[in-house]
Design a protein around this ligand. Structure first.
Ligand code: HEC
Ligand code: HEC
Length: 244
């Protein structure tokens, strides 16, 4: 028999097979590395994939609050941003993102989001006075709230909140059904940057709302919420399969 011994050819064959079928350790593969969803820890990627659709590019606001607004960041602390991001807000469009609450993000990813959002505060500050507390200290008073509405809001949203020259209706049932009381408080404190909706300091120029006025006007707005939101059809009768 000529040529290398059979055992030698067999060894070369198996060595070639091993080289072809697995990467040598430390050798970069030809494909760019694709991260599994839970491995993404880059703030911009996490934010744009999960939040920008509602909160706007770079936190500038859209259908939902501008998270990068310096007033918002002075008003909401990290624990709040984390809690809401993790658990969402029941009965609103704000989803729960934590795995523990049925979402897709790990605790680590939520940490990245919270510190990235805080990072937007940069060196800017809302200037001057501190915003009202995030959480109302006591329940608001609807009657006092109606008066505060006239003082601070009616010039734009109309005498009854149904809309005016400077703003749309804020007592619309579909709007109120989808926003939490806390969401209303945020809207009153921060306004809507970029849309000429003033923050709590400048509804009446030079006359910031007091903490109590903010709480009361939110109570008045919440009292306009329809009792059965999201029930456009009458109840089914027994013959239609409903309960009597
Ligand atoms: C489908 C739309 C939607 C998406 C996506 C979304 N949000 Fe929201 N978010 C909302 C709405 C609506 C509210 C206001 C809820 C309410 O009425 O209180 C809200 C509220 C919040 C608040 C609390 C605001 C306050 O009043 O203090 C935070 C913080 C927040 N979202 C963070 C995030 C982050 C971070 C992401 C991405 C991981 C995200 N949201 C994705 C719609 C969304
Ligand atoms: C200078 C005019 C102006 C004043 C004063 C004003 N708003 Fe607004 N408000 C706006 C504008 C503009 C918007 C943005 C959208 C629109 O209505 O067209 C808005 C939006 C809102 C929203 C909806 C926010 C959202 O998330 O979509 C609420 C709630 C609201 N205002 C409540 C109030 C309350 C309560 C007051 C009084 C404390 C008030 N506004 C005072 C102009 C005003």
């Amino acid at each position: 028999m000529s040529g290398p011994a059979l055992w030698f050819r067999a060894a070369v064959f198996f060595a070639a097979l091993a080289l072809a079928s697995c990467d040598l350790p430390g050798r970069p593969g030809p494909e760019p590395e694709v991260l599994r969803p839970e491995q993404v820890l880059d703030f911009r990627t996490l934010y744009s994939q999960n939040c920008a659709g509602c909160h706007g590019a770079e936190g500038r606001g859209g259908a939902a609050v501008a998270l990068a607004d310096p007033v918002y960041l002075a008003y909401a602390d990290d624990a709040t941003v984390r809690r809401v991001t993790a658990n969402g807000v029941a009965h609103t469009l704000m989803p729960a993102f934590a795995r523990s609450a049925g979402g897709m993000l790990t605790d680590k990813q939520i940490d990245v989001l919270v510190s990235g959002i805080r990072g937007w505060a940069g060196t800017s500050s809302p200037g001057g006075i501190k915003p009202p507390a995030y959480t109302a200290a006591a329940p608001g008073d609807v009657t006092r709230g109606a008066a505060a509405y006239q003082t601070f809001c009616a010039r734009c949203h109309g005498p009854d909140g149904k809309g005016g020259s400077g703003g749309h209706s804020i007592v619309d049932g579909s709007f109120l059904a989808l926003v939490s009381d806390q969401g209303l408080r945020t809207a009153v404190v921060t306004g809507v940057p970029g849309l000429d909706a003033p923050d709590w300091r400048s509804d009446v120029p030079g006359r910031p709302m007091t903490e109590e006025e903010v709480t009361d006007v939110v109570a008045w707005l919440a009292s306009q919420r329809p009792p059965f939101p999201g029930r456009p059809y009458p109840a089914l009768t027994a013959s239609q399969g409903g309960k009597q």
